[in-house]
Write a protein that binds this ligand. Structure first.
Ligand code: ADP
Ligand code: NI
Length: 214
């Protein structure tokens, strides 16, 4: 089995039980997005990008109960599959620092490889898939779909962000914001398209919701 195939099967197993929109199907789409981006970006370590794209949610506190244990497991997996120490350091730095919630606590400069994986992950938070994942996540966490009395929050830390508010607010609290944070040219173009689709969706949503007085 080649290196990336081993990472893929580990990811499949690790994310099998996820019911929050961070299952293996999400990891697979992030890999596909990263491959699309890499077609027009030269000079990056493709193994690092692909491994980080697969593994990025396997050490996330949303998905695992013990982040330190999960991180050691990923490190051992990479060592056993002949990734170099330099690659392992790069992959861990990417998956520990790329998330939106992490950037609320501390903004760490990502490598070029990290920027590609972050763009690829953020694309999957947008568009039709982004809308569905957000509704699914909100449902699994008991959030209301929409409440005009609850205003979007400008989160300043991860704990408050994890509390969340409503499904519709999440579009304003995160999704529309990240569409403007892409690093690579192909992701910028795709994010613009997906953001426009989400804005059309929101216009239609509010039209159908109607006014409270009616
Ligand atoms: P990151 O992994 O970059 O920190 P999150 O894990 O917070 O990002 O979010 C990943 C996806 O999970 C979001 O794009 C969204 O679809 C869903 N999600 C996360 N938090 C919420 C929330 N409070 N309400 C609805 N969906 C959410
Ligand atoms: Ni992700």
């Amino acid at each position: 089995m080649d290196k990336i195939a081993a990472i893929k099967s580990f990811t499949k197993e690790s994310l099998a039980a996820d019911l929050s929109g961070h299952g293996y199907d999400h990891a697979r789409r992030v890999v596909t997005n990263a491959e699309m981006i890499m077609k027009s970006v030269a000079g990056v370590d493709q193994e690092v990008v692909l491994a980080a794209a697969y593994l990025h949610d396997t050490i996330d506190d949303k998905v695992v109960s013990d982040v330190a244990v999960a991180t050691r497991k990923v490190q051992r997996l990479l060592e056993m599959n002949d990734f170099s120490q330099e690659q392992i350091t790069m992959i861990l730095a990417i998956i520990q620092n790329m998330s939106f919630s992490r950037s609320l606590e501390q903004k760490v400069q990502l490598s070029r490889e990290g920027q590609i994986v972050q763009d690829a992950d953020r694309l999957d938070a947008l568009g039709a898939i982004g809308i569905m994942r957000t509704a699914y996540f909100g449902g699994s966490h008991g959030h209301p779909l929409h409440d005009p009395e609850i205003l979007p929050i400008d989160y300043q830390n991860k704990a408050d962000y994890r509390q969340g508010s409503t499904v519709i607010n999440h579009f304003y609290e995160k999704l529309l914001k990240i569409a403007d944070t892409m690093h690579t040219t192909p992701a910028k173009a795709e994010a613009r398209r997906r953001k426009a689709f989400m804005e059309d969706f929101l216009t239609e949503f509010f039209a159908e919701w109607g006014s409270e007085e009616a």
